[in-house]
Design a protein around this ligand. Sequence first.
Ligand code: NAD
Length: 490
Amino acid sequence: MTDTLLDRPVDTADAARTDFAAPYALTIGGQRVETNTTFDVFNPATNAVLAQAPDGTAEHMEAAIAAAKQAFPAWSALSWDERGDYIARYADALEAHREELITLLTLEQGKPRHSMATGEVDASIKWVRETATRRLPDEVVEDNADHIVLIERTPLGVVGAITPWNFPVLLGLWKIAPALISGNTMVMKPSPYTPLCTLRFGEIAQGIFPAGVLNIVSGGNALGQQLAEHPDIAKVSFTGSTATGRKVMASGAGTIKRVTLELGGNDAAIVLEGADWKPLVPTLFWAAFGNSGQWCIASKRLYVHRSIHADFVKAFVEYGRTKTVGDGMDAGTDLGPIQNRMQYDKLRDLFADTKANGYATPLGGTIDETLAGNFVPVTVVDNPPEDSRIVREEPFGPIVPIIAFDTIDEVVAKANDTQFGLAGSVWGPDRDAAIAVARRLETGTVWVNEIHIHGLEIPFGGHKQSGLGVENGAEGLAEFTNSKTLMFRK
Ligand code: NAD
């Protein structure tokens, strides 16, 4: 198998793709690898087959890991500046494919082309470009008359990256750029629901990076398990559900693998008494329903002080009525479809539960199952009980409960009463009082009077069962390295 891989020519200047159904290839050892079998990738707005993706086998995964292992010594021996030059060139190459990636993202994922897909691709390319400038210099922790102690950050080896289907471009590039700048090589496995943009990352990278530095293998879930178990994978950087995160941790235990797990969430947004709530209606609408609610850090429970609750619900519903759910390629679409049938069926079940329990749904509430695409209406559930499924579970769709509360102790207890601890937000007239509430939330991130701000220097990760470790910031970058203590006598 390895011989045939090496027979194939390297693409040096990948042309922007206009035919999205044309064959896609794995990237292994810097080369295109076509597979004997493929699987269907669907357009969620129509449920028509969009393209065939290569169905990588265990042998392909072995070859990819071997290629990454072979590439590691030379890549890790480069200076940070040299690796940064490669990554900056990769950002340029991605930029040259910007229009293509935006369209492909909408076609495979569903999010509106003119808003979320454009935003995701642009933010991701910027991220890669900025990551090219990041460094982790040695840190001197002791310097006395006798000796010096310093901490060096050394690369781990081959990083296995596993991504989900909600933000395949952003979450993929959040892993590729920091792993590579810090001297690791990588094998990435995208979600089988959204493999196409990631396959293009590999094809675009072929003309940029030395062979084997970045390998992409699409296929079934078993490939993820293979990565997580493999002795030549030093670390798994995983974004996905809490249930799969547990499996990744268990699979990695045999080889004491480093893992970073970015998992599910059930974020609370808390609107305190006296808040200037009218401007919060659109803000919290998009915080809940951006990407049609398929967002780990979507506001999934809105707790609104009882003095405001009724007015807030009314205005939120009115605002929601003006928004259009449709095909993400249409300029008039505000919210796209649910990305896949599995998630659509989960939502059907949750909607049925909401209906069966008689919870009030002043907006939406019924899925029109005669539509060809996976369209789910924007739905508000008014004041359901705390033990309802819509409050306890992560819906991952455009349905949100808006719950009245009376006291701060009560709302903090409710917000924290969950296995999740990803993020949350607090909104109030007195910034210090709102910060005091934020400090009591058991989550990795809390925003106060703002939401969904991310940045290269800002660590992001979950508490409790929302994850392990962080991405971004110096701390996130350091997770792609080992800490090595070096001491020498003066
Ligand atoms: P998922 O867990 O079903 O799949 C994620 C990835 O894991 C896919 O690539 C899948 O093929 C792979 N996989 C499946 N079984 C595996 C196994 N046994 N070993 C290794 N890999 C395996 O998640 P999803 O449905 O694609 O994504 C939605 C979930 O992701 C939601 O819970 C959401 O909250 C979470 N998410 C979290 C973040 C974050 O940063 N915290 C970001 C986005 C999404």
